[in-house]
Design a protein around this ligand. Structure first.
Ligand code: IPE
Ligand code: IPE
Ligand code: MG
Length: 234
């Protein structure tokens, strides 16, 4: 059987451009994008992916106009109200990566509630990267490590494994997808994508459907992952 990537990360980009093309406000793109999160999460689960990490809000996205940021803060509430039951029915566990503190109280509350409610589920992990930035994640890890060494709680013996343990996301990403044509990583999972296969698709996130995900998985399965070694045929 062809191998399915265990950990898939998606930079869900292009909501604003999708909306603009249809003369809709940018928020309409975000709303449609949230419905896609549901579709893609269920499809990822069906395909046997173990962890799906979705970039929903970056540490840089606070720079956007206040009304857009405020709408994005409301989205988790709208999303979980609508879809939490389906996530439960599909045995999907919700987690998050990033610093929640900066969000308004109600945003924090709905996210924590979804995490708690789905904690019993044993199927796919759906990890929402919110107020997430990879550089910030690494800075926090370094501060944490340095403090533990300084206070004598641990040896100064850091290796790759110890770095992993200090990060929000501890898995190596197998496949990273970015929608909407931009070919950059935008501060997402820099450590974890060390050997990820990368796919950049022109499709904007609100149009990225189940079939689009299947195509990305098929492309992944055709890649020859050598990890610095030689191909099986060599
Ligand atoms: C992605 O879509 C959603 C977030 C970054 C929150 P964008 O809002 O970046 O859409 P474009 O890139 O402007 O089209
Ligand atoms: C990356 O998209 C962040 C998310 C998808 C949440 P952006 O639209 O913010 O990235 P840039 O600004 O084009 O790099
Ligand atoms: Mg964008």
């Amino acid at each position: 059987m062809l191998n399915t990537p265990q950990t898939v990360a998606i930079i869900m980009d292009g909501n604003g451009r999708w909306a603009k093309k249809q003369n809709l406000p940018r928020t309409a793109g975000h709303k449609k994008g949230a419905d896609r999160v549901r579709d893609i999460a269920l499809e990822a689960k069906r395909l046997g992916i173990q962890k799906l990490i979705l970039y929903a809000f970056s540490t840089e996205n606070w720079k956007r106009p206040e009304d857009e940021v405020s709408y994005l803060c409301k989205l988790p509430g709208l999303f979980f109200n609508k879809f939490i039951q389906e996530l439960m029915d599909n045995n999907i566990r919700v987690t998050f990566a990033g610093e929640l503190e900066k969000f308004p109280e109600n945003t924090k509350a709905v996210i924590r509630k979804a995490v708690n409610q789905t904690a019993v589920n044993t199927g796919m992990e759906l990890c929402l990267a919110i107020n997430y930035g990879s550089q910030r994640e690494l800075v926090l890890a370094m501060q944490n490590y340095a403090n533990q060494v300084a206070s004598g709680q641990r040896e100064n013996d850091i290796q790759e494994q110890e770095v992993n343990e200090l990060l929000f996301v501890q898995e190596n990403v197998d496949l990273m997808i970015r929608t909407s044509g931009e070919c950059r990583i935008s501060n997402f999972l820099l450590w974890q994508i060390a050997y990820a296969e990368l796919i950049f698709t022109p499709t904007p996130w609100p149009d990225f459907d189940e079939q689009a995900l299947q195509q990305c998985i098929a492309e992944y399965q055709n890649r020859d992952r050598r990890f610095g070694g030689l191909s099986n045929e060599d």
